[in-house]
Ligand binder design. Structure first.
Ligand SMILES: CC(C)(COP(=O)(O)OP(=O)(O)OC[C@H]1O[C@@H](n2cnc3c(N)ncnc32)[C@H](O)[C@@H]1OP(=O)(O)O)[C@@H](O)C(=O)NCCC(=O)NCCS
Length: 243
């Protein structure tokens, strides 16, 4: 009986989104015990406080001279969020997810694209607080956004890059199944550094079967945000009922 009530509650929630004007906030991704939900303004104080020092901010970002580095990075955390929400367009978007384990926000996983309707290619970026690293959460959260990209958005490829000395980030990409895609150079706070490039295609993703581990809810109303066709109102309810 309780299960039935819980299921009907879930069903009602799916059919009546909490954020009808900005349905992205209702998106939920789940993989291997990790829950991803879009960052909201209410998350910013916590995220600005916990963002790790080895998460490199945009080296081109202007730093306000009167603020120290910690204050500047906190400000940039806020501004990056407002920019991504305020400039959202189906052709150019960046969706940042708060990553939760055991109900606690422990990091951020971003999925982003330029000219998505034409190129169908997504990129990603992520960070976790140090305490929870090395337990497979990095892989789970990458799988979660790739499940959204390949199995719901119709992405054809995912690309990513990391410094050649960032073993953890390289480890996530290799574990998920990306192929090496060369080396590039970029400038950073430490000068010019090498980046390892990776690419994962839809057929490789499908063959690996990772999509079966990812659950996505709240997606249908978001379709126009990605330049896809109109939402199919019954589809979410049907999927939930079938589970
Ligand atoms: C990158 C990051 C999100 C990875 O998350 P994580 O939870 O630590 O990674 P996982 O536990 O899922 O490990 C993924 C793989 O990398 C390997 N790995 C993780 N940390 C490693 C390390 N320090 N050295 C070598 N390998 C490492 C793991 O063994 C695993 O590979 P395997 O499954 O083949 O054994 C996290 O380390 C982080 O926040 N780093 C700082 C910010 C950053 O660099 N972000 C990426 C910028 S491009």
């Amino acid at each position: 009986m309780e299960d039935a009530l819980a299921d009907s509650g879930t069903l009602i929630a799916m059919m009546s989104p909490a954020f009808p004007v900005w349905p992205l906030f209702d998106l939920r991704l789940r993989c291997r015990g990790v829950v991803l939900r879009p960052v909201t303004e209410a998350d910013l104080p916590h995220l600005a406080q916990i963002q790790p020092s080895d998460w490199e901010h945009d080296p081109h970002a202007e730093l306000l001279p009167a603020l120290d580095l910690r204050q500047n990075r906190a400000r940039l955390c806020y501004q990056d969020y407002w920019r991504s929400v305020g400039t959202w367009s189906p052709t150019s978007w960046s969706l940042e997810f708060a990553v939760e384990t055991d109900g606690t926000v422990v990091g951020v996983q971003a999925l982003e694209a330029e000219q998505f309707p034409v190129l169908r290619t997504v990129g990603s970026g992520s960070w976790l607080i140090e305490r929870v690293r090395g337990r497979g959460i990095g892989v789970a959260m990458r799988l979660a956004v790739l499940g959204l990209a390949f199995d719901h958005l119709g992405a054809l490829a995912a690309v990513t890059s990391a410094r050649t000395d960032n073993a953890a980030s390289l480890g996530v990409s290799r574990r998920v199944g990306y192929a090496d895609n060369g080396v590039s150079l970029t400038d950073s706070a430490q000068g010019v550094v090498e980046l390892s490039q990776f690419r994962l295609t839809a057929p490789v993703w499908q063959a690996a079967g990772h999509g079966g581990e990812v659950t996505v809810t709240g997606f249908e109303p978001c379709r126009p945000w990605f330049g896809l066709g109109a939402p199919e109102p019954d589809q979410e309810a049907d999927r939930t009922a079938a589970r």
